[in-house]
Design a protein around this ligand. Sequence first.
Ligand SMILES: *[C@@H]1O[C@H](CO)[C@@H](O)[C@H](O)[C@H]1NC(C)=O
Ligand SMILES: *[C@@H]1O[C@H](CO)[C@@H](O)[C@H](O)[C@H]1NC(C)=O
Length: 402
Amino acid sequence: MNLFVASLLAALAGARSQCISQNDAMAPPASPDLTPLNDFGINLFRKVVSPSKNFIFSPFSVWSALTLTYFGSNGNTKSQMEQVLRLTNREDALATFKAVENIYTSRNNNYTIDTANRIYATETLTLKDCLQQVFSDKLKMLNFSNVDLVVETVNQFVSTTTRGKITSIVTPDIVKETAMILVNAIYFKGFWKRKFEAKDTIQRKIFISANEHVMVDMMHQYGEFKYGFSNELDAQVLEMPYRGNGASMYVFLPKDKKTGQELDDMLGRLNPDSLAAALRQLVYEDVVVRFPKFKFDSIVDDELKKALKALGITDLFSGASDLSNFAPRDKIAVSRVIHKAVIEVDEEGAEAAAVTAVIGAVIVSIQPPSPPVNFFCERPFFFAIVDTKLNNIPFMGTFRKP
Ligand SMILES: *[C@@H]1O[C@H](CO)[C@@H](O)[C@H](O)[C@H]1NC(C)=O
Ligand SMILES: *[C@@H]1O[C@H](CO)[C@@H](O)[C@H](O)[C@H]1NC(C)=O
């Protein structure tokens, strides 16, 4: 039988028994360190990023969906997943999962990150009885012969969790082949600490290749931002914080060399070390920011399975799959992993956020400060939304053209 992992994003529920680990009740760490996860995330991102289109991807979501699957694994399937997902054992993984869920459901003021998990299983599958307790509301048994019902139920869940941003992820074709579906959904909405003024947004050129441009709605502001230049990535780096200092968007704008390959060259050098080094050396500067307004979604289907296999998760997708910790008597392999993400970036900021920079100050100043840095996103760039408290990167993306 096939298991289908639909990954939009995630977090796992409280567990009380010894159902999926030796100690399901292990206390969640107050502040889980999600740094190891970024290794997995960046490696995976580089494998699945589209070479030609805008791309938005949540490695955290994929990690969450796979970790949920991991709780069902045994044997070689389990050790492969541990290695690739940077997990050590079920007890710790479960504690981390619970911690992440607690944090993302309780912290909710200046930005919103909603994650949710569901396992949908067909009524004919014999799951371990205790799973119903461990996963409580996360586990739903459905009649998978009734394809329309399953499609509607899963898509409704996804739509609710993403607040209507993603309205569908499964189709009847997908459900027909499946006995179990893992869905993991994420929604993020941040408000810029320093919002852009709508009146400053104008149509400007963005170079989509070395000598080809199109027009885009380009936002504009001048202010104090953390900024730096990464020699290793050969890119300007800007931090645009969301309200509350808990999350930021980091933008990586490769130096213009008129090749049209700058972004892809940079992605080739992107790894956990070069990323961390680039973020460490940012300092406050006066920056003139031009940043496009955009909204797009990405779906990764077959490429995701291929990439995960290339990283070392192979048994899970084959006849060698061992998910006996979920269903001891059924043979289940994962047939598909689908990931869909959406992003929308606009001027919106905190209501009445303080504007720190006063345009024109340079002119009247007796000792003019050094001229502002220009950060003009007028060519393709990479961005990462980082939860700076947990060092989690819920989203990574590239913008190539409007
Ligand atoms: C499951 O759904 C199919 C198709 O709608 C239906 O024929 C069948 O009776 C249902 N099974 C149960 C146990 O309700
Ligand atoms: C939300 O933002 C305000 C103002 O920046 C800050 O004082 C507050 O601590 C933030 N709340 C959280 C939970 O981060």
